[in-house]
Design a binder for this molecule. Structure first.
Ligand SMILES: C[S@@+](CC[C@H](N)C(=O)[O-])C[C@H]1O[C@@H](n2cnc3c(N)ncnc32)[C@H](O)[C@@H]1O
Length: 357
């Protein structure tokens, strides 16, 4: 779909330049930064990220690293050939395609929906207007996701890996899944595309994202997915029916009070013995990487990453009704967790709990 949007060489060149810079930042600048940090840390071992910040304050590589991170992302969306700027000129074509009729079962939007205040108060990850306020935001966001984590050869594969983890760990036949904060449907698609016996419901605040998600499902003629506009903490779905409740990259976009409520809603939605599995970013055992992660939070307009990292997740799960929680690294591509991988990566982590049978 969106075949009416012509190829545009200056735009393609600009976007691939931004992506190459991001790759340089990932593979070259980050290891160099680590080397410089280790030299300083040998003399003054840091106890936490604040000490690392102090150690690295006057380091030029550290300053360049931060500048690159913030400005490459800004260029990607808002620069001369940024995604939001570029696709604005095809607004009418995009909206026409999004307006095409969909099968009734696919999408439920709520015209009266009130967005939570935390959500509308920031342009999350520097997306102008956030991913919800512009009718074409879902399309722009889907396109932007292709270069969010450049180490992933195919962003799809991460979603497939996460789906495999959830289905394997469920340890039972899976019939019903809820994907909280499904965005434009990347995390939902492997369930409905590869598992025709599963019914998956994607829940999301942003109508523009949901419209792209539903359009993609319609293209694939999927019968086993439903998208629904709702807050992940109050989905309006029936209690106790699901084998898996999951989310991908959602927790770090909400304040701790919302995260605690999301765990409660996950518990409510699960059938006895069902699996709660959330994929997000936690970095707690390496002060250097924690400093880099906290810096990313500030530089990329993702203010809730830091409080998520500091939260007592086990307690929040117990408060939600779960007995215990497992916090496990997630390998987003083969070899990602190997010491030989010196490139920057998000600290991908699965947060897993089970409702008592
Ligand atoms: C980083 S995106 C991830 C989207 C999708 N899960 C994926 O992996 O591509 C986070 C999504 O969470 C959504 N979101 C944030 N707060 C939410 C909430 N309270 N309820 C439902 N969705 C929410 C955002 O609109 C955004 O689409």
């Amino acid at each position: 779909m969106f075949e009416n949007i012509p190829k545009n060489r200056p735009f393609d060149a600009y976007q691939s330049f931004v992506l190459d810079c991001k790759l340089y930042w990932t593979r070259r600048m980050f290891p160099e930064l680590r080397t410089r940090y280790e030299a300083l840390a040998a003399a003054y071992p840091p106890e936490g990220p604040k000490d690392v910040a102090e150690l690295m304050r006057d380091d030029t590589t550290a300053q360049m690293f931060g500048w690159f991170e913030r400005h490459m992302q800004r260029m990607k969306y808002s620069g001369q050939h940024g995604l939001a700027v570029h696709y604005d000129q095809y607004r009418a074509d995009i909206i026409r395609e999004l307006d095409a009729e969909l099968p009734d079962h696919l999408l439920t939007l709520d015209p009266e929906f009130q967005q939570p205040e935390y959500y509308t108060s920031i342009d999350i990850h520097q997306h102008p207007g956030g991913v919800w306020s512009d009718e074409i935001a879902g399309y722009v966001y889907e396109r932007g996701a292709q270069s969010t984590a450049p180490m992933l050869k195919k962003s799809q594969s991460l979603f497939h890996r996460m789906t495999d983890q959830a289905l394997t760990r469920a340890g039972r036949e899976v019939k019903k899944v809820v994907d909280l904060g499904c965005g434009w449907g990347g995390s939902t698609q492997p369930y409905y595309e590869d598992h025709p016996d599963i019914h998956v419901t994607g829940v999301e605040l942003s109508a523009p994202c949901l419209r792209v998600a539903a359009m993609r499902a319609a293209e694939l003629q999927a019968q086993n997915v439903t998208y629904r506009q709702a807050d992940a903490i109050k989905t309006g779905l029936p209690e106790g029916e699901n084998d898996i409740v999951t989310s991908t990259m959602v927790l770090h976009e909400m304040p701790p009070s919302h995260i605690r409520a999301l765990f409660k809603e996950s518990y409510r939605l699960l059938a006895p013995g069902g699996l709660s599995i959330h994929l997000d970013f936690l970095m707690r055992d390496d002060p250097f990487r924690q400093w880099v992660h906290n810096g990313h939070s500030a530089r990329n307009n993702e203010p809730f990453m830091v409080p998520l990292n500091e939260m007592n997740i086990a307690q929040a799960h117990r408060d939600a009704g779960f007995d215990d929680v497992e916090i496990v690294p997630f390998e987003e591509f083969d070899g990602a967790l190997s010491p030989a991988n010196t490139a920057w990566r998000f600290p991908w982590t699965m947060i897993i709990a089970r409702k008592a049978a």
